[in-house]
Design a protein around this ligand. Structure first.
Ligand code: ADP
Ligand code: MG
Length: 399
């Protein structure tokens, strides 16, 4: 179980709290298009306000290089205020005179949201002086609360350096994410099916290795599958795959064989010359048909999707990371949709979803609540599943 102190373990009444949230939400034309991460932050925010704390909330959004209004956190203030039914003040810089002035004037129960931390390069450099400036916003007796699960795999000023300047504890979202993912990996209901897709095999090697140990079956999809196909000598045309990982892919298949973990690679795929909507598509069976040199495998084929759906039905728990195809384009989303249907139709396994793009697709389809748990963290959930330490968690006070 969670070994770090949380906001339950510390007196927050009449304190000013620097709360690191993960409000890295999609924004289009100054409006947020998905508020899942904001919703998920509410239990912590409400608990702290109900217990008489004043909140200074900080986050990053996107990957700005310096100050870039496209990545402003301002669009978060209004929906957050609406959800809390409380006003939310906004400071146009996360440090400096304006932030200091508003923070100093905060009373218990009031909320200040700071502008994007990554407008300062010092944030990602884990800069101590910058962290102290953030910490100083809380005045005497301040507390730091880490609730941005999506960033704790990074050692940044707002995840690590800041913990040297304030008592640092976890919020409820961080605790729930760590406990739920750890439990799903360490004590899964069996049989466990691990479903791994998406783009980058290199990022997912470690998690595949862990799945070989804990899962009954591993099924591969997405561009990830192309690497395994290529490693078996199947011509994949122009498909996206990881040329540097062919040996690694073969090693994984043989390690799974030794351990007795079923390892399922797609037998068919949806291919097109171009990765665009309304592209002309066809289904290729890899054993009997061959790909042309300008073909791209962009989704798993219907036989493979059916096979995975059957595996889902036989599983008691599923851990899923990475889409089965290019879900951004309708023509290449069918494989993922078939799998989703199996995952969400009763009787259904207990499913944990990790991965930013995978979760994003479920959010777009408004079906997040059909799953047992959809993580707010992409890289962080992968690192946790892989057994890598999370610096932003390690840095918090132990129980
Ligand atoms: P996650 O963020 O869920 O961990 P990844 O970032 O690894 O997933 O990969 C998601 C991306 O993989 C999506 O943008 C999707 O379009 C892409 N993808 C999936 N299958 C393919 C494919 N066959 N060819 C090219 N890209 C793919
Ligand atoms: Mg991704």
């Amino acid at each position: 179980m969670f070994t770090k102190q949380t906001i339950r373990d510390i007196d927050v009444t009449n304190k000013k709290i620097l709360l690191r949230a993960d409000y890295n939400v999609p924004v289009e034309d100054g409006r947020i298009t998905d508020d899942y991460r904001i919703q998920k932050s509410l239990p912590t925010v409400k608990y702290l306000l109900d217990h008489g704390a004043a909140l200074i909330i900080c986050s990053h959004l996107g990957r700005p290089e310096g100050v870039d209004k496209k990545f402003s956190l301002k669009p978060v203030a209004e929906p957050l205020s609406h959800m809390l039914k409380e006003p939310v003040e906004f400071a146009a810089d996360c440090v400096g005179p304006e932030a200091t002035q508003v923070a100093t004037g905060l009373s218990p129960g009031q909320v200040l949201l700071l502008e994007n931390l990554r407008f300062h390069a010092e944030e990602q450099a884990d800069d101590d002086g910058f962290a102290k400036q953030l910490a100083d916003l809380t005045g005497p007796d301040g507390i730091f609360v880490q609730d941005g699960f999506g960033v704790v795999h990074r050692a940044h000023a707002s995840t690590v350096a800041v913990t040297k300047h304030l008592p640092a504890v976890a919020g409820f979202l961080l605790e729930t994410e760590v406990d739920t993912i750890t439990e799903a990996m360490e004590h899964p209901a069996k049989p466990l099916l691990a479903l791994v897709g998406g783009a980058k095999i290199a990022d997912k090697i470690d998690v595949l290795k862990r799945f070989i140990d804990i899962a009954d079956t591993i099924a591969i999809g997405g561009a990830m599958a192309n690497t395994f196909l290529a490693a078996q000598g199947i011509a994949v045309g122009q498909s996206l795959y990881d040329k540097d990982q062919l040996d690694q892919a073969n090693q994984i298949v043989s390690a799974a064989g030794k351990k007795g973990t079923d390892f399922i690679i797609p037998s068919d795929g949806v291919v097109a010359h171009e990765m665009k909507a309304s592209a002309k598509t066809r289904v290729v069976r890899f054993q009997s048909d061959s790909l042309k040199s300008n073909d791209n495998i962009l989704d798993i084929g219907p036989d493979s999707a059916k096979k995975i759906a059957d595996l889902v039905k036989a599983a008691k728990s599923v851990i899923w990371n990475g889409t089965m195809g290019v879900t951004e384009i309708k023509e290449f989303a069918a494989g993922t949709d078939t799998v989703i249907k199996a995952l969400t139709t009763d009787p259904k396994p207990r499913t944990l979803v990790g991965g930013g793009d995978t979760a994003g697709y479920l959010e777009n389809r408004h079906i997040v609540d059909k799953f047992a748990f959809v993580s707010t963290g992409g890289g962080a959930s992968l690192d946790l599943m892989s057994g890598r330490p999370l610096p932003g968690v390690e840095a918090l006070r132990s129980k």
